[in-house]
Design a protein around this ligand. Structure first.
Ligand code: FEO
Length: 396
C-alpha cells in the first residue's frame, strides 16, 4: 500500500513544515503546517497541482522525482500563487524547464511579478478543461478564496476537487494523508484557527465558491493545507459553511486586558455568573498572554463575545484594540457582544469599543460594567445583568 495514494491516478506529494514559528510571520504554528501538492497521472500527460513554500522546495522536488524517476511532469497547475504554494516554482522550473504552467490571467501577472516567469504558460479561463488522457482537469475561478487569482481544479473522472486554501487547516501531517487513516480531531480544531486567521475576511467569496462547486459530485477534497478529506468531506464542508456565515455555537469568549489584575477579577466574576446560568462553553483569555490566533478561533466558533479593556492613555488597551481591529477586519457578524471597561481616573475604553462596533451586524448588549480602580462591588449588579442578558440572547 502507498500511504500517499489518493486514487489510482492521484498521489500526494506535499511537504510538512514543523519548524516555521509563524505562518505569514503572524500566526503561531504549534502543530506545524503542510504545503500540499498532488501529482496526477493521465494516460498521456501528468500534472502537478500546486507547489510548495521555497523553504521546502528541495523536499517537494524530491517527492516529485521519487514518483517520476527520469521522466518530467508535463504541467504545473497553480490554483493559488501565494508564496507558501509557489516559492518552490523557480527550483521546479530549473529542474523541469519544459514544464507548462497553467493558471488564469491574474496568476500569470503574479507569476511575472513574484518570479519573473513569462514562458511556457497556459492561460486558462473559467470552466476550461485540459485532458491528460482519460483524465480531465476542469478549472473554476473562485476569486478571493483567498487571493484574487484563486481557482479550484476538478478532476472529473475521479471526482477529486483540488480546492486551494478552501477547506484547509493548520497542522502538519503525521504519516497518513487521508482523513480516514487518522484521528482528525486536531485538524478540525485547527480549521477554526486557520479559517479565522487566514480566510475569514473572505467569507462571502467562500459562499460563492460553494455555489460554484455544489453541483459537482466530489469524493475527495484536496486542499493546500491539512488532510485530504474523503469520509469526512461533508463535515469539513459543513464547518466551512458555518464559518462563512459566522454561524456560532452556544458559548461565550471573554477576552480581557488587565494591567494589575482588577479587570481579570471582573472577567472571572462574569464567567462564574455565566457558568452559574448554565453556559457550558466559556473561554476566558488574557489578550496580553494568549496568542491572538487562538482567541480568534474561538470567536469564530462561539456566538457570544465579551471584550473588556482598561483605559490606557485615554484609549483602548492596545492588545484589546488589536483584537477588536482583527475582528472588524474579518467582517464580524451574527455575534452577541458585551463590553466592559476599567479605569483609574477617566473611563474611555468601553465607549471607544462601542463606537467601533456601532452599526455592525452584531447584537451589542447594553449593560457595560466599568470598573473604577478595584471597586468590584460597584460593578457587581451590572456584571450580573450582562451575564443574564448574554444568557437570554444565546437562548434566542
Ligand atoms: Fe496557503 Fe493563501 O495560501
Amino acid at each position: 500500500m502507498n500511504i500517499n495514494r489518493i486514487t489510482p491516478k492521484v498521489t500526494y506529494c506535499g511537504v510538512n513544515d514543523r519548524t516555521k514559528p509563524l505562518f505569514e510571520n503572524l500566526w503561531e504554528l504549534p502543530n506545524g503546517v503542510t504545503y500540499n501538492s498532488y501529482f496526477v497521472q493521465g494516460d498521456k500527460y501528468s500534472a502537478i497541482i500546486d507547489a510548495s513554500d521555497s523553504g521546502h522546495a528541495t523536499g517537494f522536488i524530491k517527492h516529485i522525482s521519487d514518483l517520476l524517476g527520469d521522466t518530467a511532469p508535463d504541467y504545473l497547475v497553480i490554483n493559488h500563487i501565494e508564496p507558501d504554494h509557489s516559492g518552490a516554482i523557480p527550483m521546479l522550473k530549473s529542474k523541469y524547464p519544459d514544464i507548462k504552467i497553467v493558471g488564469n490571467a491574474k496568476t500569470t501577472d503574479m507569476l511575472r511579478g513574484f518570479y519573473g516567469i513569462e514562458d511556457n504558460i497556459i492561460q486558462i479561463t473559467d470552466g476550461e478543461t485540459i485532458d491528460l488522457g482519460n483524465c480531465h482537469l476542469k478549472f473554476l475561478l473562485t476569486p478571493m478564496v483567498h487571493w484574487p487569482e484563486t481557482m479550484v481544479t476538478y478532476f472529473e473522472e475521479d471526482k477529486v476537487l483540488f480546492s486551494g486554501d478552501a477547506f484547509g487547516c493548520f497542522g502538519a501531517l503525521n504519516g497518513a494523508v487521508i482523513d480516514e487513516q487518522m484521528d482528525t480531531t486536531l485538524y478540525f480544531q485547527e480549521a477554526y484557527r486557520y479559517y479565522a486567521c487566514i480566510v475569514a475576511k473572505y467569507g462571502q467569496f467562500v459562499q460563492k465558491m460553494f455555489e460554484k462547486v455544489s453541483s459537482l459530485p466530489i469524493d475527495y477534497i484536496c486542499s493546500t493545507h491539512g488532510p485530504v478529506w474523503h469520509t469526512q468531506r461533508q463535515d469539513i464542508g459543513n464547518l466551512y459553511g458555518k464559518m462563512a456565515k459566522w454561524d456560532g455555537e452556544k458559548g461565550v469568549v471573554i477576552a480581557y486586558g488587565s494591567m494589575y489584575g482588577n479587570t481579570t477579577e471582573m472577567a472571572e466574576a462574569l464567567a462564574s455568573k455565566l457558568a452559574d446560568g448554565g453556559v457550558k462553553n466559556i473561554r476566558l483569555y488574557d489578550v496580553s498572554y494568549t496568542p491572538q490566533s487562538r482567541i480568534l478561533a474561538d470567536i469564530m466558533r462561539f456566538k457570544g463575545l465579551v471584550l473588556t479593556s482598561p483605559t490606557y492613555n485615554a484609549e483602548i488597551f492596545p492588545p484589546v484594540e488589536s483584537l477588536l481591529t482583527a475582528i472588524l477586519e474579518r467582517g464580524v457578524k451574527n455575534r452577541i457582544i458585551g463590553l466592559g471597561g476599567s479605569f483609574s481616573w477617566g473611563s474611555q475604553a468601553a465607549r471607544k469599543m462601542a463606537a467601533k462596533l456601532a452599526e455592525k451586524p452584531v447584537t451589542l448588549l447594553s449593560p457595560t460594567p466599568q470598573l473604577k480602580q478595584a471597586n468590584q462591588a460597584m460593578v457587581e449588579a451590572e456584571v450580573s445583568q450582562l451575564a443574564s442578558d448574554m444568557i437570554s440572547a444565546l437562548e434566542n
